[in-house]
Each structure stands twice: as structure tokens, then as C-alpha cells.
Design a protein around this ligand. Structure first.
Ligand code: HT7
Ligand code: ZN
Length: 878
């Protein structure tokens, strides 16, 4: 397959003014009649024949201006329909096609999920519904007439407002939907089926009354209240924080069980993976509730950042995704705890994006080429894309950022925009030159910052030397310096932040925190009026997505774990300390030496546990040791996954040994009889309670098993149930089996609970986990056609169980690639994404590397793969 390149972008030769779709739904033979008004694009080269994208459909009819075309009058291939004689003028084109939703297991285009018809058009699914210029820079006004069996499909939905509906002969009925906002085809959606409906309303700040609807399977209505509330809060927040108001009379959400990703922001008709709608205290954890809130917000915010202002081409994906992630992160920070949210986002970035940026799949936030665009919905585009927006805000300042957003939205409303359009708006609002900053979009890899500080008692100055570099990534051997905001402070010996006076600045500033701007390979900053040697606090608020090395050590980390006024930096001090300890323990175990017990580290955690001034959710995060995958990345080469696991288990046990009684005390204190609420305070207390259980379970003894089993038996909410199972799953004790059997019974008939049952087993560090995962892949409740279940079992095994997945004999890798091979013809998007979990293979030792390379090579030579999986497999071992 030929890659598509950013540098080859040309504007569309033809535009589409309006589309009328007439859809006659039938499970295996759905008919679509598309009537389009097309005209040559005045901004493109003239004389180009009309070319439409289309695949996996049967073409039944083509007509131009009322005249049916013979087969000889058009060129039809597997992926396009060309009308060679149509090179100019405005025309009405009619195309009739037929497709088979029931047989569509790829879940793109029109498909059925549990009998419900639904569509997924981003990125290129519309071309499976009709022939069309299926690219984001062709914006058209859509009218859709849906017709279906009234008993099987009482609900008929599409984008926009419903303008007509009625009954027809033969038990059929219809509805007509009109969306007045021009949109690209990827935002088209329709849904039809027998669904229950929960309704509410929202009045916008200018007085528009919006009817809100959430459609779910019958019997699930009592799990929608939180989603509806989150939607209303999102609508209000976007008005308050960004001045963005909703623009239709209807906003509908549909929850379906088979979905390739989390959700989709189709105009006025969001479609969701039901996992991110359906929550009730006895079926969903605090984290599930928080995900619902965040994803509802994310999709809603796309109404402006994505829909009103869309992307010119798929290389600009970060323009809508990075910006919208930034907006949903801000929303969550305002709804919950800002520092806790920031730390959680940093953890996600480190767990997913940093390894991506350091491995074979590394690519810039704005990639320059792709074979299959679905492979670029990545942590880099989404999460690093959001970090880039956050850095921009730090550099230009809050006021200019808000002004820049206003310029961006108003100037590009109804347009397909580019990263340059976004940066131009910010540059105009701030008066700043952002040309160097733009490198963040084009240069892949996580920058390394090496910082050293030197105190001079004679002149009471503190000199900070900062060097930046970025290692080569695939296709980019040379890296230029980036424009990096580095937020920092200096802490005095009493634990108080010092005033900062930067040499060479005229203003007597004295603020206790500031953002330094790095632009060169190496820079020196001198602070004056520093009365005694300070402790350096860097990367406050995680001001840039970089890896940081400083000349501080154990003493500094301990001091900052106790005193840093910035929660992010305080948490990071604990993580750095734990990481260094774990590396030392790994080395000691490998050398046959007695490993350290981390006494001082455990003491610092003791202080965290007894400090009532700390937010419980923050304390819970302080208690978490860095994970095995993160350690493997940190070590960076020749990693022995078993040694890393042994080291982490050793330190975990040592901490549990030293804090045992205190953990039990805190655990008991944090028990509560209050009625369950998913709010951040209650959730934070549960997080700390369950962190105490998790750390205590490091002892692995009878007491720990009993404690977890008792919690499992007495829990009155899913957060506590899941936490008990997540503890028991690693144990080889009778309590484990009993709890899992009981949970399975409870989960019967509930796919979302069954998925928890699969994933809690797949994450087990027990030696028999691979064998169990293989058994579970044949279980009657497992299905290759349900992405949630595939991710729950195979995704969790490969992505969240490093010691078993990275088994030295390669068995974990072979399990993954065999599975991908089976799944690929059924659902290429999900298969390719699963294969991506192998992206860290190069940091492991030679036997593992050889086994990983072999498993991927075998996959490539075993037969024809989809373009999705082929692209990931070839990049993986290039
Ligand atoms: N914009 C959407 C991304 C998306 C997607 C969603 C569902 C299925 C397939 C998909 N391909 C791309 C979701 C979002 O980021 O909001
Ligand atoms: Zn999105």
C-alpha cells in the first residue's frame, strides 16, 4: 500500500453543496439513494473529473442531472467511482447503493450492534455508505430520510433536527432529519433500533431550549442519570469557560455495546461505547464514573473544536483531538481536584505516550504520512497534542490564550482548518513569535532535560544550567531545540518557597514560582538574593512533556516529598525516589546481593499516611509505586521483565512490612457507611482506602487475603468490589477462586461486568495467567466481534501485565500475534490497535527482543493482513 503524505495535500477538485440521503434499512440489504448537488471548487485546478470514494458496497445506479449513466460512462474500482466526462458545472448526481450492515464486523460504516443499526464514519466510514468525496475539507448540508420496520426500529435518528416523520404501509415507518450546519462526511450518523429513551433539557445562555436524549438498551435506563448530568454540566462549562454555546434544538446520545473506540462526536448525535454511558454504583467504579464524565464532556466539546471548526485533512487530527482533550482535562479539573487530575493525566501520558514516542511507532503530533489513518488515533495525537496546547497557554498567558481561542473559533467557524490557523490566532492574540514553538507539532520524541544547580554563598546566587536534547526517532535523525516552558521554584531550608530574582531582569519580581522559557540547546539562568542553598523544584504542574534529570538525590527527594508546595512536583519527587530505589533493587537482585528495603522511603510514605492536611486522592497517588512498564522504559535497554517484577514485589513487600499496622489503621478509618456518591471527595477516600489495601497486600499473606475477601463479601459498591478482586487476583489462595466464581455469577448476562471479570484475571501476575487467558479466549462469554471484551482480555494481558506478556520464552508475544491474526479479518482497526501493545519490545533483553521480532515477522508472513495491521506490523520491526 502507498502512504498518503501531508506534502501532497491539494484542495478538493469538487465541492458538495447538499446531500439528501434516502435510507431503506434492512439487516443484510440496506439501500441508500444519495442525491448530491456538486460543483467545481473555485480554489482548485479546473477540469478535473468528479471522483468519489466508495468501498464494500454494491453500486445499483448512477445518474447525472436526471439521466441514468450506462456502466461505460463511469469508472468503478474497489475504492472509487470516477465520472470522467464530468469536469465542470453544477450538477445533481444520484447514486444508489446497497450494503450489508449485519455482516459488517469491522464496525465502520453502517453496522448492527445487538440488532441496533448504527454508523461510524470517522475517519473514512462514510465511503461504505455511499460514494462521496469522503474527506474532511468537503463540507455539505445533509438531509436524511430513514425508513425501517416500525417494530424492529421504533427509533430512527440522524444528525440535526427531526423535520418530519410518519407511518408507511407494510409495518414500516420513516423520519426525516435535517442538519443546517455544513459538515464533513465523517460527522454523519444515523441510528435505528428498539431503544429506550431518557430525556431532559438544557437552556443555553442565549435562551435556546435544547431537548436532550440518551438512548440505551431497554432495562438500562437506570444507568444513565450520571451521563445526563455530566452532559448538562459540560454544556454549561463550555459557555462559561470558552463562551461556546450549543447550536441545535436537539442533542442526542446513543449507547451501543459494539464500538471500536470510546465515543464519536457526530453532529447532534453522539454515539457512545455503552461502557462510557452506563454507570450505577453497583456496576461501575469511581474510575468508570469519572470516565463517563470526561468522555461525555470530550464529545460535547467537539461541537466547537472539531465540528464547527473542523480539520482540513487527517494530518491535522491533533487540531481537534489535542485541543478537545485539553478542554476536557480543564473541565475535569474544574469539576474535581485540579492537582489530582493533573497527576492522573501525567501518569497516563507517561504510561502510553512516552513509550510510543520512544519506540518504533513514534510520530509527530502532526504526522507527515500514513497508510491507514485509523492507526493515528494515538496517545501522541491526543495526549501529547493536549500537552502542546497547555504549553502554549503557559507561554502566551491565560488572557492571550482566551483571546486566541476566540479568534480561532470565529475566524475558522464553518471551515476546515490547519495547525497553522490555530497558531496564527494565538500569535495574533499574544503578539508572540510561535515559529519555534511550532516544532512541537512536527518533531517526534520526548525531549530530555538535564538540569544542574550551583549555589554560590559568596554572592548569594543560584545558577541553573538547563540542557535539552531529543533522541532520534524513526525518519527523524536530527532534532532541533524546542520552545519549552519550564515552571520552577526554589525552596528554602524551612520548606518555604523563596522569592525569585532573575539576574538581568529589571523588574524586582520576587514571585515564588516562574516559567522559564527554554529555546536553546543549553541555557543558564542565574537567581540572585538567594540567602542559603535552596532545594530546586522543577517542572511544576508538569509544565512540559519532557524527561527530567537533575543533580539532586535522596535528600532532595525526601525534602520535596514533605515540602514541595506544588503537588505535581511533590508527587514526582516520590516517584523519582521510588524509581531509583527500584533500579537499585533490580541490580542488587541480578548481582545476587541483598536488596535495599527502602527504609527512608517507607518513612516518607508514613508521613504521607499520617498527614491529614493532604487530599486523600493525592495521598493515594503518593502511595503508588511506579509500574513495571514504566520501570522498563526508565531502564531503557536489555530489560529482564522477571527481574523488574521481582524488584517491585520486593519493595512492595518491604514497604508493607514497615507500614503494616498503619496501613490497617488508615484502612479501617476510611471505611464509611455513607450512601455511595461518585463525587471526587468520596471517591478520593475510597482511593486511599483501597491503596492501603493494595500496599498491605504486598505482604501476600493470609491476613491480606482475608482482608480482601472480607471487602469483596461486604462491598456495597463496585469500586470496593473491583479493588478487592484486583488484590486477590495476584494471590494463590482459595479466597481468590471463591471471589471470582461469585463475581462471575453476579455478572451473568451483563457484558460490562463480564468484561471486568475477564480483565481482572488477565492482569494477574500469577504464573498461570497466560494459560488462563488462552482458556478465557475460548470461553462462551468471549467474542471476537465485541471490541470491549477483546480489550478486556487480550488488551489488558498485553498492555497491563508486563511480567506475563514479556515472558522470556516469547509465549506472551505469540499469544498476541496469533490472536491478532484471527481478529484481523473480522475487525482490522481493533486488531491493529492490539498489535500496537507490542511497541515497547525494543527495551527488553535479547531473548525477548528476538521472540518479539519473530512473532511479528511470522504474522507478516502468515498471509494477507489488513492495511491497518500491516502498517503497524511493518513499522514495529522496521
Ligand atoms: N473523534 C473520535 C475518534 C474516532 C473514532 C471513534 C469511534 C470509532 C472509531 C473512531 N475512529 C476515530 C472520537 C473522539 O476522539 O472523540
Ligand atoms: Zn475526540
Amino acid at each position: 500500500p502507498q502512504p498518503i503524505r501531508l506534502e501532497d495535500y491539494t484542495p478538493p477538485a469538487w465541492l458538495v453543496e447538499s446531500v439528501h440521503l434516502d435510507v431503506a434499512l434492512a439487516p443484510s440489504r440496506t439501500r441508500v439513494r444519495a442525491t448530491m448537488r456538486v460543483l467545481p471548487n473555485p480554489d482548485a485546478a479546473a477540469g478535473t473529473p468528479l471522483t468519489l470514494d466508495g468501498e464494500r458496497m454494491t453500486l445499483l445506479l448512477v445518474s447525472v442531472d436526471g439521466a441514468k449513466l450506462d456502466a461505460g460512462a463511469y469508472d468503478l474500482t474497489d475504492s472509487s467511482l470516477v465520472l470522467p466526462h464530468l469536469t465542470e458545472g453544477t450538477h445533481e448526481i444520484v447514486i444508489e447503493t446497497e450494503c450489508d450492515p449485519q455482516a459488517n464486523t469491522s464496525l465502520t460504516g453502517l453496522y448492527q450492534s445487538n440488532g441496533v443499526y448504527c454508523t461510524q464514519c470517522e475517519a473514512e466510514g462514510f465511503r461504505r455508505i455511499t460514494y462521496f468525496p469522503d474527506r474532511p475539507d468537503v463540507l455539505a448540508v445533509y438531509t436524511v430520510r430513514l425508513e425501517g420496520d416500525a417494530a424492529a426500529c421504533p427509533v430512527l435518528l440522524a444528525n440535526g433536527n427531526c423535520v418530519e416523520s410518519g407511518t408507511l404501509e407494510g409495518g414500516r415507518h420513516f423520519a426525516v432529519w435535517h442538519d443546517p450546519h455544513p459538515k464533513p462526511s465523517y460527522l454523519f450518523a444515523m441510528v435505528a433500533g428498539d431503544l429506550a429513551h431518557v430525556s431532559d433539557s438544557f437552556t443555553t445562555r442565549s435562551g435556546r431550549e435544547v431537548a436532550l436524549g440518551i438512548y440505551v438498551e431497554h432495562g438500562k435506563e437506570d444507568r444513565t442519570a450520571y451521563a445526563m448530568d455530566a452532559l448538562k454540566r459540560s454544556m454549561k462549562w463550555d459557555e462559561d469557560a470558552f463562551g461556546r454555546e450549543y447550536d441545535l434544538d436537539v442533542f442526542n446520545i446513543v449507547a451501543v455495546s459494539d464500538f471500536n473506540m470510546g465515543a464519536m462526536e457526530n453532529k447532534g448525535l453522539n454515539v457512545f461505547n455503552d461502557k462510557y454511558i452506563l454507570v450505577r454504583p453497583d456496576t461501575a467504579t469511581d474510575v468508570d464514573f469519572a470516565n463517563v464524565e470526561a468522555i461525555i464532556a470530550h464529545e460535547y466539546f467537539h461541537n466547537w473544536s472539531g465540528n464547527r471548526v473542523t480539520c482540513r485533512d487527517w494530518f491535522q487530527l491533533c487540531l481537534k483531538e489535542g485541543l478537545t482533550v485539553f478542554r476536557d482535562q480543564e473541565f475535569t479539573s474544574d469539576m474535581r481536584s485540579r492537582p489530582v487530575k493533573r497527576i492522573a493525566d501525567v501518569k497516563t501520558l507517561r504510561a502510553h505516550q512516552f513509550p510510543e514516542d520512544a519506540g518504533p511507532l513514534a510520530h509527530p503530533v502532526r504526522p507527515t504520512s500514513y497508510i491507514e489513518i485509523n492507526n493515528f488515533y494515538t496517545a501522541t495525537v491526543y495526549e501529547k497534542g493536549a500537552e502542546v496546547v497547555r504549553m502554549l497557554k503557559a507561554i502566551v498567558g491565560e488572557d492571550a490564550f482566551c483571546a486566541g481561542m476566540d479568534i480561532y473559533f470565529s475566524r475558522n467557524d464553518g471551515r476546515a482548518a490547519t495547525v497553522e490557523d490555530f497558531l496564527d490566532a494565538m500569535a495574533e492574540a499574544s503578539g508572540r513569535d510561535l515559529s519555534q514553538f511550532k516544532r512541537w507539532y512536527d518533531q517526534a520524541g520526548t525531549p530530555d532535560l538535564v538540569v544542574s544547580g550551583r549555589y554560590s554563598p559568596l554572592d548569594e546566587t543560584y545558577e541553573l544550567t538547563v540542557a535539552q536534547s531529543t533522541a532520534p526517532t524513526p525518519g527523524q535523525s536530527q532534532k532541533a531545540p524546542l520552545h519549552i516552558p519550564l515552571t520552577m521554584g526554589l525552596i528554602g531550608t524551612d520548606g518555604e518557597d523563596l522569592g525569585l530574582y532573575l539576574a538581568g531582569e529589571t523588574s524586582e519580581d520576587g514571585a515564588t514560582e516562574r516559567t522559564l522559557e527554554l529555546t536553546q540547546h543549553e541555557q543558564v539562568f542565574t537567581f540572585e538574593k538567594v540567602p542559603s542553598p535552596p532545594v530546586l523544584s522543577l517542572l511544576r504542574g508538569f509544565s512540559a512533556p519532557v524527561k527530567l534529570t537533575t543533580n539532586g538525590g535522596e535528600k532532595d527527594w525526601l525534602f520535596r516529598m514533605a515540602h514541595d508546595s506544588d503537588p505535581c512536583a511533590r508527587w514526582e519527587a516520590g516517584q523519582t525516589y521510588a524509581r531509583e530505589l527500584l533500579v537499585a533493587v533490580t541490580r542488587a537482585i541480578a548481582a545476587g546481593e541483598k536488596p535495599r528495603r527502602g527504609t527512608r522511603y517507607a518513612d516518607a510514605l508514613r508521613n504521607v499516611l499520617t498527614d491529614d492536611s493532604l487530599e486523600p486522592a493525592f495521598a493515594a497517588m503518593m502511595l503508588d509505586l511506579p509500574g513495571e512498564a514504566e520501570l522498563a522504559q526508565h531502564i531503557g535497554q536489555d530489560v529482564d521483565a522477571d527481574a523488574v517484577h521481582a524488584a517491585r514485589s520486593h519493595l512492595h513487600k518491604a514497604v508493607a512490612d514497615q507500614l503494616g499496622d498503619l496501613l490497617l489503621d488508615r484502612y479501617a478509618q476510611l471505611q464509611s457507611n455513607a450512601a455511595y456518591s461518585p463525587d471526587a471527595d468520596q471517591a478520593g477516600r475510597r482511593a486511599l482506602k483501597n491503596a492501603c489495601l493494595r500496599v498491605y497486600a504486598g505482604l501476600g499473606n493470609e491476613n491480606a487475603a482475608r482482608l480482601a475477601a472480607t471487602q469483596f463479601a461486604s462491598a456495597n459498591n463496585m469500586t470496593d468490589t473491583e479493588a478487592a478482586l484486583a488484590t486477590l487476583t495476584h494471590m494463590a489462595r482459595d479466597e481468590r477462586q471463591a471471589a471470582f466464581d461469585s463475581f462471575y455469577e453476579r455478572a451473568s448476562g451483563d457484558p460490562l461486568l463480564l468484561d471486568k471479570w475477564f480483565s481482572l484475571q488477565a492482569m494477574s501476575s500469577r504464573e498461570d495467567t497466560l494459560a488462563r487467558a488462552m482458556e478465557l479466549a475460548k470461553h462462551k462469554d468471549f467474542s471476537l466481534t465485541r471490541p470491549n471484551t477483546v480489550r478486556a482480555l487480550v488488551g489488558v494481558f498485553a498492555g497491563a501485565n508486563p511480567v506475563r506478556f514479556h515472558a522470556a520464552d516469547g509465549s506472551g508475544y505469540r499469544f498476541l500475534t496469533a490472536f491478532v491474526r484471527e481478529l484481523d479479518p473480522i475487525n482490522p482497526q481493533v486488531a491493529a490497535r492490539l498489535l500496537g501493545t507490542l511497541k515497547t519490545w525494543r527495551v527488553y533483553d535479547a531473548p525477548r527482543r528476538d521472540a518479539a521480532r519473530q512473532a511479528v515477522s511470522d504474522l507478516l508472513s502468515a498471509g494477507k493482513l489488513s492495511e491497518d495491521t500491516y502498517e503497524i506490523a511493518t513499522r514495529m520491526i522496521a
